[in-house]
Write a protein that binds this ligand. Sequence first.
Ligand code: NAD
Length: 297
Amino acid sequence: MTTIAFIGLGNMGGPMALNLVKAGHRVLGYDFSAAALHKAGGGGVEPTPGGAVAASQADVVITMLPTGKHLLAALEGEDGILNGAKPGALLIDCSTVDTDSARAAHVLAAQRGFGSVDAPVSGGVGGAVAATLTFMVGGADEAVALARPILENMGKKIVHCGGPGAGQAAKICNNMILGISMIAVSEAFILGEKLGLSHQALFDVASTASGQCWALNTYCPVPGPAPASPANRDYAPGFAAALMLKDLNLSQAAAEGSGAFTPLGRRAAEIFTAFANAGGAEKDFSGIIAFLRAAEG
Ligand code: NAD
């Protein structure tokens, strides 16, 4: 049994913390939201009044927060994790954040003598609940080796992607593929509709032919062919368009910073910005198909 502090008990962090409890660990939780803290408390997470207090008793501190700004705020300051953590503690950040913030978090941890990894996830809320997440991990070999058995309680696949920040780099590249491919799949269904093709016929062909991809086979943006996809429940998330837009903006900032030419990534970010501004931010990102259909007039 390891004592773990879990900071950020939202849609993802809540169920991830519960899986650590189920695996037999002692989990001390903290979240700004009293409701999130209360909900996790019902599953055996011990509520604490702040990040420093939670960290002061833990061997491992996990963060699952919205953005890089939230991560650095949670680490620093009087009530910050770094102020409370025990000597030798391991810091694991599972949030999706920009690579600069991820690297800054590693530097802050190293300055205090803590091991650290960035370990963003893929698999959504369903994967968080079922403990089937994929973790993309960046950090030194020793820190990753220490993190691995903890991450195995919350996921089924753990890939060590490289040094500090490499996990975040893999995450934003993956989600750039996903954002672009969801638009591509949506455009194909809209064109198929114009050509008199049924959704099922296009699905039956493309899902087993060279057009197959996760956005089509698993997360199909029209209702019917993939019964578990959000299209079957009026695009309730799932993975909100606002979060997809956040990730596309992260990949574009990284592309600009590194000089990578990513014209489709840039266009995908523009299209999801327009969708969010038109009221789609809280819809599942596959709801982009309705936005594209409406935009064609
Ligand atoms: P969420 O908004 O549901 O949860 C974040 C929680 O962090 C909130 O409860 C908030 O109160 C808390 N918080 C913020 N700052 C805090 C602080 N300083 N101290 C304590 N608590 C603080 O978000 P989520 O959906 O759980 O996503 C978390 C991260 O995981 C994001 O970076 C997101 O991009 C990523 N992610 C989400 C999904 C998904 O499907 N939702 C999938 C993969 C990755």
